[in-house]
Design a protein. Structure first.
Length: 176
């Protein structure tokens, strides 16, 4: 039996050691490694910065998208107006051509009809008005396209130097 008692004593001693080890583990929780804590904090800051950056980019993208949609709507309105002006010009030119043809035929027959002359002049005037409307629309389109460039790169006006002003003033001579 002594062998059995020896085994029992050894098992009891091992269980006591395990109980003490568990008590030590429960009593003093391990403190986290400072390097790991710092790395975790750095990653949290980087994540927060990236989140803010994504939010800023989304807002910027939305603003740009809204501006582009507004510009597209504005351009569509302008194209519609320009198309109407072109149609008006075509119609006026057709009227002018017809009036000129009638006037040419009447002139060939030796019949100078004032009504035909008036019709031709009115058609020509309408053609000129339509042409002017198209030219104004084209100029407006160019100015609209250039406006952002002028606003962004508008240089500061330079004040003329004193020497420049002196050169511009007329010099009075003794020949007056």
């Amino acid at each position: 039996m002594s062998e059995l008692e020896e085994y029992q004593r050894r098992i009891t001693a091992a269980m006591d050691r395990m109980a003490k080890g568990l008590d030590q583990l429960n009593a003093a929780p391990a403190e986290p490694d400072e390097d790991i804590v710092q790395a975790l904090e750095d990653e949290r800051q980087a994540n927060a910065q990236l989140t803010d950056r994504v939010k800023t980019l989304k807002e910027s993208h939305q603003d740009e998208l809204t501006a582009l949609r507004d510009q597209m709507e504005f351009n569509n309105d302008r194209v519609t107006q320009l198309d109407m002006d072109v149609q008006r010009l075509r119609q006026a030119n057709e009227q002018l051509s017809a009036a000129c043809e009638q006037l040419r035929l009447a002139n060939a027959e030796g019949l100078a009809d004032p009504k035909l002359i008036d019709t031709a002049v009115i058609a020509e005037l309408e053609s000129l008005r339509a042409t002017r409307a198209i030219e104004m629309a084209e100029i407006d389109a160019v100015l609209t396209a250039l406006a952002p460039l002028v606003e962004d790169g508008e240089p500061e006006p330079e004040a003329p130097a004193e020497d420049d002003r002196a050169e511009e003033e007329p010099k009075s001579g003794g020949a007056d």
